[in-house]
Design a protein around this ligand. Structure first.
Ligand SMILES: NC(=O)c1ccc[n+]([C@@H]2O[C@H](COP(=O)([O-])OP(=O)(O)OC[C@H]3O[C@@H](n4cnc5c(N)ncnc54)[C@H](OP(=O)(O)O)[C@@H]3O)[C@@H](O)[C@H]2O)c1
Length: 272
């Protein structure tokens, strides 16, 4: 195990939901946590958990460059995410469809660039928040139809996953020693505002309650606190230092996803 005591961790979207759960879990391990969110009043829970707070927008490059330079984090967690308009594709205008791109992907790009340009210290880790929805068609239990109200969300979250790989390529090329990893919650988490909003819309369509909908779909409920604790485990356990993507499910340990990826391999799987 690695000791997280005294490690400096910056978390975007740290005021509520999964970000706040990570703030709590990491602060409980002795990390020096800095939480970023746009609304100063909403950051009080993070403060109560022992975090320093910064009110600001994670898509703002000037802010993120300054934070990475000044706070010199050992770990940067790019978690900030927008709420999605839950409508069929023919009822979303471009602004609605691109909501997640304009927040999550933009904040991901800005955060990754801040980490690479500053650069963060050697051995630094950047965790990029994706979603199990990004595994649609790759994981048999996620049918595309079940995500039909998601608009641009799925592609945006898959894009963030690819961006972590691209950032690793730059880090290796420049010998920066910064490692980019992807967090993949593999269940809808109704205990956050975003998760509750999506679960409520889906439950209404199926004519059931939120808990029944989530239980039918996943067989269990994943709580924000469990994600927070698993992220602390991911950062504290040497077994998870080198892989690129890791999944979280309620009734399982951390699931290694892109761990067998080798930067030197040019072979397309199945062609040899
Ligand atoms: N809940 C789920 O089921 C689930 C599943 C898979 C992945 N995820 C991902 O996990 C992340 C967190 O989701 P959540 O469910 O915890 O959502 P949430 O409860 O809605 O919280 C979102 C957080 O992001 C912050 N935020 C939004 N835009 C921001 C910006 N431009 N700059 C800085 N902070 C910003 C919010 O604070 P302010 O509004 O005050 O800025 C808030 O702290 C998201 O990336 C989401 O896509 C969630």
């Amino acid at each position: 195990m690695q000791n997280l005591n005294g490690k400096r961790v910056v978390i975007t979207g740290g005021s509520q939901g999964l970000g706040l759960a990570m703030v709590r879990a990491l602060a409980a391990c002795g990390a020096k946590v800095i939480a970023i969110g746009r609304d100063r009043a909403n950051l009080s829970s993070a403060e109560q958990a022992g975090a320093a707070v910064i009110a600001g927008d994670a898509t703002d490059a000037t802010l993120m460059n300054k934070v990475v330079r000044k706070e010199a984090p050992d770990v940067l967690i790019l978690n900030a995410g927008a709420r999605l308009p839950i409508k069929p594709i023919d009822q979303q205008n471009w602004d609605e469809f691109s909501t997640i791109w304009n927040t999550d992907v933009k904040a991901g790009l800005v955060g990754i660039q801040a980490a690479l340009h500053t650069p963060m210290k050697r051995g630094g880790r950047v965790l990029v928040m994706s979603s199990g929805a990004a595994m649609v068609l790759a994981a048999p239990f996620i049918a595309p139809e079940s995500l039909s109200l998601s608009g641009g969300y799925i592609g945006a979250k898959r894009m963030l996953w690819f961006m972590a790989h691209s950032a690793n390529a730059v880090s290796r090329e420049r010998d920066l020693g910064i490692h980019f990893q992807v967090l993949v919650p593999m269940q809808l988490i109704p205990g956050t505002t975003l998760g509750h909003q999506v679960a409520a819309a889906c439950a209404e369509i199926e004519g059931v309650g939120i808990e029944e909908y989530v239980m039918r779909r996943y067989g269990s409920i994943l709580c924000p606190a469990q994600v927070g604790e698993q992220v602390a485990d991911l950062l504290g356990d040497r077994r998870y230092m080198s892989g690129v993507a890791y999944g979280f499910r309620s009734e399982s340990d951390i699931l290694p996803l892109d761990v067998t990826y080798s930067p030197r391999s040019t072979a397309i799987p199945g062609t040899r």
